[in-house]
Every structure is written in C-alpha cells, then in structure tokens.
Design a protein around this ligand. Structure first.
Ligand SMILES: Cc1cc2nc3c(=O)[nH]c(=O)nc-3n(C[C@H](O)[C@H](O)[C@H](O)COP(=O)(O)O)c2cc1C
Length: 219
C-alpha cells in the first residue's frame, strides 16, 4: 500500500469485528508514528493503550462509573459558522440516513452516539493526552501524530476511529488510566478491523472543493 492508498482508504470506522489486535503491533505502529513532525520536536503526545482484557475491565469500569463528568473542552466552537456548520450537519444527515435513523428519532441518534463509549466494538484503543502546559501549536502536533498512526494502521490492514467524544468522559478515563493531573485528555482512538458488512462503514464523507479553501497567490 502506498501513502495515497492509505490516505484514501482511511475512514472513521464505526463498527468493528471482534478480531483481536496484538499489543506488539500497536506498539510498533505507535513507535513509527512518533516519527511525526512536532514543533521544536516536543513530541507532546501521551498515549494510554487499552487492549484485550483491559478493554473489558475499562468498559466495565465505565458502566459502573456513576459520578457526573465535566467535558475536558468544548468540542466545537459556539455558534459554528459557515461553511463548517453545513459540513457538520451534512455528515450527520449522511450517517443517520445510512443507519435508517430518522431526523425526529432523538432516541435512535442518542443510542448511536453512545456507541462511541463502546469504541464501536473495537477490541483495542488508546487515549491521547497532552500536558496542560501545551497550547494550540502542540495540539496540532497531536493531530499529526494521530493521522500518522491512522495511516500506518491502514498499511497494517487495521482501521481506526478518532474520538473526541471521550472528552465528555474525562474524569472516568483519567481515573482508569491513572493519568497525572498535569495531563488532559484530547481524544480516544478505536483500533481494530472494520466490519465489512456494517452499512455505517460505507459512509464516504464529502470534502469541500479545493478552491473554497486554497488560493494560489500570483503577484
Ligand atoms: C480529532 C477527531 C475527533 C473525532 N471524534 C469523533 C467522535 O467522537 N465520534 C465519531 O463518531 N467520529 C469522530 N471523528 C470522526 C469525524 O467525524 C470524521 O473524521 C469526519 O466526519 C470525516 O470522515 P472520515 O474520517 O470517515 O473521512 C473525529 C475525527 C477527528 C479528526
């Protein structure tokens, strides 16, 4: 697989097979991902992997957690403007139409959202944390690291889903992985093999045309 194929075949998988993933493979992919660029070579990512029996204990821990949680950060800006608002809206429309969940079916939508908190059935995952001292430039470094991981996962025949939804469960996640106070949760990453039969995995999201976000300056 070349890089273009890895980029093109990556998608956010939201239904995984139960097939296990070796810790050793995840470790190898993480080590390779650390070749990502980061400003000043800070390498600000902090990764906590949960796999196999730890995934089971984590899901049980989540189920039993009863304290209210405060989101780690606001996932989207308030009053999201165009064209971002429409893109966000459209991905929701596409997703719920594939799943045959109607616009009025709030419960159906909520149930699907809750699948985030089972990693969509993935057998493995990691959480990406960052030191609270870091600012927006270092958060962009996390993005590069995560994208590199997702592409390397494709090369290894694996699929992924990055998940900011976990920011809503920061207290329970932090307690389980025992991250120190100085670290804050950015996102989860579901890891496994896509279920080829699941309609949700046919979702090929749109992209806005290049001329809406690129200008070749000629002077
Ligand atoms: C940092 C980040 C966090 C995301 N969080 C979630 C999430 O919590 N739940 C989810 O279902 N998808 C999540 N996504 C997936 C996006 O919805 C998805 O990337 C986007 O719709 C484009 O689709 P594609 O990844 O299939 O190309 C996230 C993506 C990124 C990059």
């Amino acid at each position: 697989m070349d890089v273009s194929e890895a980029v093109d075949s990556r998608l956010s998988v939201r239904e995984f097979l139960k097939n296990p993933v070796d810790d050793a493979l995840i470790k190898e992919l993480l080590e390779k991902s650390a070749r990502s660029a980061s400003g000043g070579n800070l390498q600000p990512w902090k990764i906590y992997v949960i796999n196999n029996e730890t995934m089971c204990s984590f899901l049980k821990f989540q189920e039993e957690w009863s304290e209210p949680e405060t989101p780690a950060y606001a996932i989207y800006p308030e009053n999201l403007k165009e064209p971002y608002k429409t893109s966000r809206f459209e991905v929701g429309v596409q997703m719920y139409s594939i799943l045959d969940i109607g616009r009025e079916d709030k419960e159906g939508r909520f149930k699907q959202m809750l699948r985030n908190f089972e990693f969509f059935g993935a057998p493995a995952a990691f959480f990406c944390f960052v030191d609270r001292q870091m600012g927006t430039p270092q958060w962009s470094d996390l993005g590069m690291f995560l994208q590199t991981f997702m592409l390397l996962a494709r090369e290894a025949g694996l699929d992924t889903c990055p998940q900011e939804a976990w920011a809503m469960k920061q207290e329970s996640v932090t307690a389980f992985v025992e991250a120190p106070d100085e670290e804050m949760l950015f996102c989860g990453m579901a890891i496994g093999y896509r279920d080829p039969e699941a309609p949700i995995n046919d979702l090929r999201t749109d992209r806005r045309a290049i001329d809406t976000w690129t200008k070749f300056i000629k002077k």
